[in-house]
Design a protein. Structure first.
Length: 259
């Protein structure tokens, strides 16, 4: 039997993440500390589609280069992970009968999925499936995570890939070691406190109560994958392991592991 896998929320970074030695070292070490997954289920901030949509389940589907303005090398990256058709079938089977499931077989992994995977599992030898976020509502995403929870007993690593702060319009210095703005530091400290106390209700209400808003998340899709990971955990109110902290271009890259 495969090892029971945790659920993760990671701050995934833009394509230049792979050029940041600190972040690369953190993600590599994190992957080494995990049991080897039988398959990986990715929920990325960069795919919102209702109803829940299952992406490509075949090997070799081209990646989705859903970004602009970067150097040409970032559009030449490949990540030919094996397809995961059985996992796609399991995800569909776990959804309620009164909720439809859609399929987009030509949609390859987007950068919120493949960029961290190229660092954590560079051999691309583990089957990967990406599904969409059908909503940005935290409560509904928690329920989605609950439905996906049984996959962890089947050796599936569930990863919610977003960013703890994502106020890109409000950054003034794009350098990797830039001083984090006050709103980013404040939101990150608040998130750390919520994690440390298992305050799920506070996390759910982040738009109304978190300091640094709305600058930390002028749109909320990069915090939303957290709630899928929380729902997929044994207890959303647990105190997670905080595996990565610090900032990149002023954005908080805090990431957590849940059992």
């Amino acid at each position: 039997m495969p090892d029971r896998m945790p659920a993760l929320f990671l701050s995934h970074g833009a394509p230049p993440l792979v050029d940041d030695p600190t972040w690369v070292a953190q993600l590599k070490q994190w992957a080494r500390d995990l049991p080897r997954p039988r398959a990986i289920l990715m929920i990325s901030a960069h795919w919102e589609s209702a109803p829940l949509t299952i992406g490509s389940t075949t090997t070799g589907t081209p990646l989705t280069y859903d970004f602009g303005g970067f150097a040409p090398k970032y559009y030449q990256v490949e990540y030919r992970s094996p397809g995961a058709p059985e996992l796609g079938q399991r995800v569909a089977a776990l959804m309620p009968d009164n909720e439809s499931v859609a399929y987009q077989p030509n949609r390859g992994l987007d950068h919120g999925a493949y960029v961290p995977l190229t660092v954590m599992y560079p051999d691309a030898d583990i089957p990967v499936l990406q599904i969409s976020m059908p909503t940005l509502d935290p409560q509904r995403l928690l329920h989605l995570g609950e439905r996906l929870r049984p996959l962890r007993d089947e050796g599936v690593l569930i990863i919610g890939s977003g960013f703890t702060t994502h106020g890109l319009p409000f950054l003034r210095d794009p350098s990797p070691t830039a001083e984090a703005p006050g709103w980013s530091k404040e939101f990150d400290a608040w998130a750390h406190e919520r994690f440390a106390t298992g305050d799920v209700e506070g996390l759910i209400d982040f738009q109304a109560t978190a300091p640094g808003m709305p600058y930390a998340h002028p749109t909320t899709e990069h915090f939303a994958p957290l709630f899928v990971a929380l729902g997929a955990s044994d207890d959303p109110e647990q105190v997670p392991t905080e595996t990565v902290d610090g900032f990149w271009i002023g954005l908080a890259k805090r990431s957590i592991q849940l059992v």
